[in-house]
Design a protein around this ligand. Structure first.
Ligand SMILES: Cc1cc2nc3c(=O)[nH]c(=O)nc-3n(C[C@H](O)[C@H](O)[C@H](O)COP(=O)(O)OP(=O)(O)OC[C@H]3O[C@@H](n4cnc5c(N)ncnc54)[C@H](O)[C@@H]3O)c2cc1C
Length: 345
């Protein structure tokens, strides 16, 4: 492919796609204004295959988890950075229906090595687990480091343009596609929740939700693992931990006093004796998901040189590595995209 691929957005999706295209020798350009309030910047980076009250996961969870870990290891090698850290999640059980659901999920032999058995409450444990807990094999991706290193790499190679794409500057004609003076093979929109306002993709069944998170400091430190019970408490190293997230209806990434208080109150649901904390950061972002499926990764039906990669919901670290690799192979070598969203190619 001699012409460039233009990637709109340097969040999790756009960054992974840029690396995967470069690995296949495809020339590329990324455009992003470098906003602070993106989903990737506000996330904990928890790579947890089983989430929510029903321990939901993409199927098969082991394959998705293994593929994500491989993808993140590939990024570590490219960027010479430690991005991935093994991290167990202590998932506290909230009620009898969650316990029943855990039993059902455990009965599937495919889930056994990632999803632990039910463990009874322990008097000496700092976790607030009156109904017991389970341990989930998970990991944490250092997303700020990944974004910053990727931005530096793109910048060094003259492949990053610091501006917001004006859709009117894109040209699709019978002779080719273009943006300003660049001839393009394809344009891939990796805009997170802002793809909702992209006129080419606005009518898709988006499901957006607002989320706030805090970075907290506690002099006495934190449990050495992530703790989850509706909210997640994720150790960041040293005296800091990430606490989140809220779910709301706003469609702009603004922080609220209510969100901050809800999160601070939730510490008592996770730990028996919550420590005294300082709030180091309070951030908000907007998750973008697909109401009918799993994610969006396809060509526009009327303009095949325009593609969408997004709708990753709250599972970007798990889903995006495999999708970025599949999409890059499609753009570089014409390998087919999965017909059905949610399929692991
Ligand atoms: C509070 C919260 C906590 C989360 N926690 C986790 C977690 O622990 N684990 C996990 O796996 N997932 C988590 N998620 C979900 C995860 O953050 C997302 O799935 C993922 O980051 C989405 O990445 P993205 O690249 O699609 O979007 P974004 O990160 O939003 O990036 C989109 C990029 O596109 C750019 N852009 C938009 N429009 C334009 C334009 N016109 N021109 C140029 N650039 C443009 C933006 O500036 C931005 O940089 C969380 C989300 C939230 C909100």
């Amino acid at each position: 492919m001699s012409r460039k691929v233009l990637i709109v957005g340097q969040g999790l999706a756009g960054s992974l796609l840029a690396h995967e295209l470069d690995l296949r020798g495809v020339d590329l350009l990324v455009i992003d204004p470098g906003r602070a309030e993106t989903a990737t910047r506000v996330a904990a980076g928890l790579l947890n295959p089983f989430t929510g009250p029903r321990f939901q996961s993409p199927e098969p969870p082991q394959a998705w988890f293994a593929s994500a870990v491989r993808g993140w290891r590939r990024m570590e090698q490219r960027l010479s950075a430690r991005l991935l850290q093994d991290m167990k999640v202590s998932r506290l059980i909230r009620d009898a229906s969650e316990l029943e659901r855990l039993r059902q999920r455990r009965a599937d032999p495919g889930n056994g090595t990632l999803l632990g058995e039910w463990l009874p409450p322990e008097a000496s444990s700092p976790l607030n687990d009156p109904l017991g807990r389970t341990e989930i094999r998970a990991a944490r991706v250092d997303l700020p480091l990944f974004l910053d290193r990727t931005r530096d790499w793109l910048h060094e190679h003259g492949r990053l343009v610091y501006e917001e794409l004006d859709y009117a500057d894109l040209a699709f004609t019978a002779h080719g596609a273009g943006w300003k003076h660049h001839e393009l093979a394809a344009v891939v929109c990796c805009q997170g929740y802002q793809a909702r306002t992209n006129p080419w993709f606005a009518t898709l069944p988006w499901r957006v939700s607002h989320g706030e998170s805090l970075v907290l400091r506690a002099a006495d430190g934190w449990p050495g693992r992530a703790v989850s019970r509706g909210r997640n408490l994720v150790p960041l190293g040293g005296d800091q931990a990430w606490l989140g997230a809220t779910y709301g209806r706003q469609t702009e990434p603004t922080t609220t006093a209510t969100g901050r208080q809800v999160l601070l109150d939730s510490l008592g649901e996770l730990l028996k004796a919550p420590p005294r904390v300082d709030v180091v950061e309070h951030r908000a972002g907007v998750r973008a998901g697909n109401r009918h499926g799993f994610y969006f990764c396809h060509r526009h039906p009327d303009e095949s040189r325009l593609l969408l990669f997004g709708g990753l919901g709250s599972r970007g670290t798990l889903i995006a590595p495999a999708c970025a690799s599949t999409l890059a192979a499609h753009l570089a070598d014409g390998r087919p995209l999965p017909a059905c969203p949610g399929q692991l190619a």
